[in-house]
Design a protein around this ligand. Structure first.
Ligand code: 3NM
Length: 221
């Protein structure tokens, strides 16, 4: 197997749902099914934060969410846990700067998708060298979902990277909704990653559809 082609990944990153049980008011299985019905293009299992489940419950929920993604052909990425990703036969792993080193993760996961969170040009360059397939940049806007998020960075870093000719697939994250997603794509991102804009929405499918419409319409121009 070879690593995923950048153009395929750009399409998959358009409307990226990141979620664990702690983010959902409703059953996470229901939320994921509805989000897929609305049109999300990629999913990350991020079982973190207060009230997140552990051990057997974490594995069981991961299996349920993985099965839903598989049956709909949606890439399933695991946040910050290579062992769990391999156990669940995930499509990839996403790590932050405080997690296992990206270069080590690349060695362990072979051709699987590797996403890395980055906040500066230096972190971006290192992640690319380490074998990242895509980068998550954030927080773009204020967020209350990740308590230890870095200071808001806005759209400057995305613009700067594209001006410098860096072509790696990029996704913005942090405080993104269907109503402020457009400028993130216009700045040069291939997609938007969201937690609360979908998990806290009613109805979930409509929020997912709106997000996809915003990210997709601009990306396809
Ligand atoms: N990572 P919401 S911000 C998981 O800046 C995550 O790297 C971030 O949640 C980063 O869409 C964030 O509800 C939380 O604002 C995003």
């Amino acid at each position: 197997m070879t690593r995923i082609a950048q153009e395929d990944l750009r399409r998959q990153l358009q409307a990226y749902l990141v979620m664990g049980s702690a983010n959902c008011a409703a059953d996470p299985v229901y939320v994921l099914e509805e989000a897929i019905r609305g049109g999300i293009t990629m999913f990350q299992y991020r079982e973190k934060g207060e009230g997140a489940c552990q051990g057997a419950d974490r594995l069981a929920l991961g299996k349920a969410l993985r099965a839903i993604c598989r049956s709909h052909g949606i890439p399933f990425i695991v946040n910050d846990d290579v062992e769990l990703a391999l156990l669940l036969e995930a499509d990839g792993v996403h790590v932050g700067q405080e997690d296992e080193l990206a270069a080590d993760v690349r060695k362990r996961i072979g051709h699987l998708i590797l996403g890395v969170s980055a906040h500066t040009v230096e972190e971006v360059e290192r992640a690319i060298q380490d074998g990242a397939d895509y980068l998550g940049l954030g927080p773009i806007y204020p967020t209350s979902t990740k308590l230890d998020a870095r200071p808001v960075q806005g759209l400057e870093l995305i613009r700067k990277l594209r001006m410098q000719g860096i072509t790696i697939p990029l996704v913005g994250i942090g405080g993104i909704t269907p109503y402020n997603a457009g400028p993130v794509i216009e700045a040069g991102a291939d997609g938007v990653a969201v937690v609360s804009a979908i998990t806290q929405a009613a109805p979930v499918s409509e929020a997912a559809a709106l997000l996809k419409e915003q990210a997709g319409a601009r990306a396809n121009r």
